[in-house]
Design a protein around this ligand. Sequence first.
Ligand code: UTP
Length: 291
Amino acid sequence: MKVTKAVIPAAGLGTRVLPATKSMPKEMLTIVDKPAIQYIVEEAVNSGITDILIITNRGKGIIEDHFDRSPELEERLLATGKKDAYDEIVSFSRLANIFFIRQKETKGLGHAVNCARNFVGNEPFAVLYGDDVIIGDDPACAQLIRAYEQFGKSVVGIKSVPAADIHKYSSLKAEPLQDNLFSVTDMVEKPKTPEAVLSLYSILGRCVLTPDIFDILDETLPGAGGEIQLTDAMRTLARSTGMTGVDFTGKRYDMGDKLGILQATVEIALKHPQLGEPFAAYLKEIVAGLA
Ligand code: UTP
């Protein structure tokens, strides 16, 4: 079955990015000239996704506003000859069918994904974590969808992380299949001891799940950090049917982390069609001053 639906969980509290995220959702933090979540929606659309459910919570209404039309602003842009800006804001409000639901209590990523059950129905679906921006020529979500089509199993986007950081991530039992594809048969969220580490491969930001995940999530008890962890539910899938891991191409930026936000800003600004050149010149000057 074709993957046309995606879920973007964006209901976290963003405690690592305070005070910026006290009233501003981290998914709305700007990278150059777009909020982070717009890059993620664009990746989904460029991967063939037509219907997107964004999971929000209290105080995140501006995410809905961002993907809505804005008649007064549009009129003003047209009246003042700002046609390019008009085209841009109108076109992304038509990118896909975008739906919203609130996660009423912040009980973890697994709990957030479980809020998508009615939207998803009985189809495979993509999950794009709302604070992971991935930039690359071949959209990461599309790479995972191709792996789903090839093997028919749920898929996780994976990357190797430094040994010193693995306790902050998940750790996977992953055997190479071919090229950048792996067979994933077990996983653990935030391994507490070196013995608990299965490998340095971790799930980063994207997965494609079969709908049987919802019954598993219903049974999943709170895990690491007292939250209902998506990884704990995916472990049941990995151990029973097995999953496919895709070591995706593209650079991932962690918008849930202050350094990640700075890295995204600098690197994406350098690639920007209008700002890239003047920004590079500015940066060279700054860097020369650091030496
Ligand atoms: P994180 O664990 O990185 O988000 O979840 P967080 O809770 O905001 O992080 P802290 O407080 O800085 O540690 C990964 C993704 O899952 C979403 C987040 O919005 C983020 O996109 N999430 C997390 C939810 O939607 N609901 C939750 O209950 C938890």
